[in-house]
Design a protein around this ligand. Structure first.
Ligand code: ADE
Length: 239
């Protein structure tokens, strides 16, 4: 997969792209990341990329010309372009899966008060990573890159993403590691039993209960599998 980032601040990505799973995946050639400096497309000596908003108001707005010329310089028929915006569609694990199948992602990052709204029709989608406002799209694009690259074949063991939070619309069950007794705080005994069927049942139940408690919005729209229904019924009957 190729990822092209359009930004005014490519230096923000340096450590991110060198570190841990993302660094290794890039080193292995699973993803190739390139940067386009939007300012290189601004004319004149001053290289202005932004201007004051029509109608008044505070802050500066990024101009159509440098942004769209930068975009045109990298866009091909295979590209899928995302504009980072707090006014975009909420980002999700399902979207990460979908994006991980694309050949070429273009991530367009605005800065300052935002981008001229006429730019929107030149991208495939506006994406928001949450209901808060960042100073620019760079951190949002890193969130997208991280969540997509780790899903690429060969990035991490395929099975290790299957049971994660959000993969099946639920939060993941709690995990524990050694020691089994940490200053008197014990790991649930069932996990030490070696009984895989019982462990599986416990994990499914924990995942359901945690989601119901912490994310009632996810729980309300969850489509229960036959296994989940059976486990819920079994434990309800016990209570
Ligand atoms: N740019 C500024 N805030 C953002 C957000 N929440 N998501 C995506 N891009 C942004």
């Amino acid at each position: 997969m190729k990822i092209t980032v359009l930004t005014l601040f490519p230096e923000m990505y340096e450590n991110f792209l060198k570190t841990s799973i993302i660094g290794r995946s890039i080193e292995r050639g699973l993803a190739e990341v390139e940067f386009v400096q939007i300012r290189d497309f601004a004319p004149g000596n001053y290289k202005h990329v932004d201007d004051t908003p029509f109608g008044g108001g505070s802050g500066m707005v990024m101009k159509c010309q440098p942004v769209l010329d930068a975009l045109d310089s990298v866009k091909t028929e295979d590209s899928y372009t995302l504009l980072m915006s707090p006014a975009g569609t909420p980002y999700s694990q399902a979207k990460a899966r979908e994006l991980s199948k694309k050949d070429h992602l273009i991530l367009l990052c605005g800065h300052y008060e935002g981008l001229d709204a006429r730019i929107n029709k030149h991208v495939d989608e506006l994406v928001s990573i949450g209901d808060y406002v960042l100073t620019g799209g760079e951190l949002a694009s890193m969130v997208i890159m991280d969540s997509v690259i780790r899903l690429l074949k060969g990035s991490i063991r395929d099975t290790s993403t299957d049971e994660e939070s959000h993969e099946n619309g639920l939060l993941e069950y709690p995990q524990y590691t050694h020691p089994a007794d940490y200053k008197g705080d014990l790991v649930p005994e069932i996990l030490l039993s070696g009984n895989h069927a019982k462990i599986r049942e416990w994990r499914v139940l924990q995942s359901l209960r945690l989601t119901e408690k912490v994310r009632p919005d996810l729980y309300a729209k969850h489509e229960f599998t036959e296994e989940e229904k059976k486990i819920l019924k079994k434990f309800k009957d016990c209570e």
